[in-house]
Design a protein. Structure first.
Ligand SMILES: NC(=O)c1ccc[n+]([C@@H]2O[C@H](COP(=O)([O-])OP(=O)(O)OC[C@H]3O[C@@H](n4cnc5c(N)ncnc54)[C@H](OP(=O)(O)O)[C@@H]3O)[C@@H](O)[C@H]2O)c1
Length: 429
């Protein structure tokens, strides 16, 4: 084993970074044996230097992250600051100064992954980011390496623990959205500003990263259709139950049937209780991958938290250090297929539509005609009437989002349709 240590600069020492430092220290001997050389924490960049950080040698702490990555003797930079800047500049500077990079930064990778991969390649360096998607769950490496000989057609998953916790609460206790969110906040599952989670931004960033790797194409955050879960109601859960379903916020990346394009989207959807994703409870994550040769694979586990996320960071650190000792680099960006990303209108799925209608003869026929005129075939219809008003629940066969959109627009114009109470996609069948 080489005795000269590989030097690691840790940028950020918060929830994830502090756990990375702890594991690096407590597992130092095992890490050295697995890598073939010891790893040394050479510096820790933070924003607040006076904060007490257990287990961190205060002499390593600096507020000058740029000077740390420019030292010239750093082998690997671990970026766990988050956000776009200064993380982006620090990562590109790290490459310029000869280091490889491990990052957990989904927002940055989803926005600028291609440029960062190009910078890594220009400098013969590695850019690894297993922790950016679904915390501890190995997903990037299985897609990039284990499935490199297969053809992935679909990635379908629960990639945000906060929203899964909220939806699970609503499902199991009958709570409304706000009540479930308040509980998630009190228990530390939701941040003070939960927008990134509940509006689907976090899941959309992960969907972009997964789709890019799965389909060997460039998929950016802007390419991902996004709908949050704040509008999901207790009534939606009641409807889902009647259909033998529950509701999950899903990230779905699909290759089109003709194989010529891909789509990526995040939205709440009904999913049958018999589907393995339906039993993913609390803040857990799970991702279902469908490939030509492998069939269906499911990856399940804790999708966030300091220690689980640090596990993924450390796995990358070991891989990157091994590459460095071998004078090699691991797999970089694979975007050779260059498949275009289609808009949401091209997505084909099933829909559950709940309408408030007048309770009088002929309404059902009128509504059915609108569906037929737009080429959307109806699977089931359920009608409940009371005091001159009625609710009509329509479940469709597979149709394009564009056709469904046209149908709903036309339905809204009917005198007999008082309102469209909810539209929910039905997935996983
Ligand atoms: N938390 C999770 O469960 C989780 C899961 C998966 C991925 N991630 C990703 O991991 C990354 C880190 O998340 P986190 O939860 O650990 O964040 P965090 O707890 O907020 O920690 C951020 C760290 O970065 C430091 N920092 C902020 N701005 C800085 C700057 N300009 N220069 C130097 N240091 C700076 C902070 O310093 P101070 O300590 O002085 O404030 C803090 O130590 C993010 O990209 C996040 O998306 C997190």
């Amino acid at each position: 084993m080489r005795t000269r240590p590989l030097k690691v600069a840790l940028l950020g020492c918060g929830v994830v970074g502090s756990e990375v430092a702890r594991i690096m220290t407590t597992h130092a001997d095992d890490l050295a044996a697995r890598i073939g050389a010891p790893v040394e924490l050479a510096g820790v960049a933070v924003r607040r230097p006076s904060k007490v950080r257990e287990g961190i040698d205060p002499s390593l702490v600096t507020t000058d992250a740029t000077a740390l990555v420019k030292r010239g003797d750093i082998d690997v930079v671990v970026e766990v600051i988050g956000g776009i800047e200064p993380a982006r500049t620090l990562i590109t500077t790290a490459f310029e100064y000869g280091a490889s990079v491990v990052s957990a930064n989904k927002a940055l990778l989803a926005q600028d992954g291609a440029a960062l991969h190009a910078a890594a390649e220009d400098h013969d360096a590695d850019l690894y980011y297993e922790a950016a998607v679904a915390g501890a769950i190995p997903l990037i490496r299985p897609l990039r390496e284990s499935l490199a000989g297969d053809k992935v057609n679909r990635v379908l998953g629960i990639v945000n623990g906060t929203t899964n916790f909220i939806l699970d609460k609503m499902d199991t206790t009958g709570a409304g959205y706000q009540e479930a969110l308040d509980e998630a906040t009190a228990l530390g599952y939701a941040e003070a500003d939960p927008t990134a989670d509940v509006e689907g931004f976090d899941a959309a960033a992960k969907a972009a990263i997964l789709a890019g790797i799965a389909f060997h194409s460039r998929v950016r955050l802007d390419d991902v259709y996004r709908e949050g879960m704040t509008e999901v109601t207790a009534a939606d859960f009641a409807s889902a139950k009647e259909m033998g379903c529950t509701i999950k916020l899903l990230a779905i990346c699909e290759r089109a049937e003709d194989g010529e394009s891909v789509t990526a989207r995040v939205h709440p959807a009904m999913i049958p209780l018999t589907h393995p994703l339906a039993s993913v409870r609390g803040a857990y994550n799970a991702v279902f991958v469908e490939s030509d040769a492998s069939g269906q694979l499911m990856f399940y586990g804790p999708g966030a938290g300091g220690s689980p996320t640090a596990s993924a960071v450390l796995g990358d650190l070991v891989a990157v250090c091994r590459n460095r000792l071998n004078g090699a680099t691991g797999p970089g960006e694979s975007a050779y297929a260059a498949l275009p990303v289609s808009g949401m209108g091209e997505v084909v799925t099933r829909y559950h539509i709940s309408l408030d209608v007048a309770d009088k003869p002929g309404v059902l026929a009128q509504v059915a005609t609108v569906f037929a005129e737009h080429g959307v075939s109806i699977d089931t219809v359920r009608q409940q009437g009371k005091d001159g008003e009625a609710s009509l629940v329509v479940v469709t066969h597979r149709a394009s989002d564009a056709a469904l959109g046209g149908t709903v627009e036309a339905l809204r114009k009917l005198d007999t349709v008082r309102g469209v109470a909810s539209i929910m996609r039905v997935e996983g069948e």
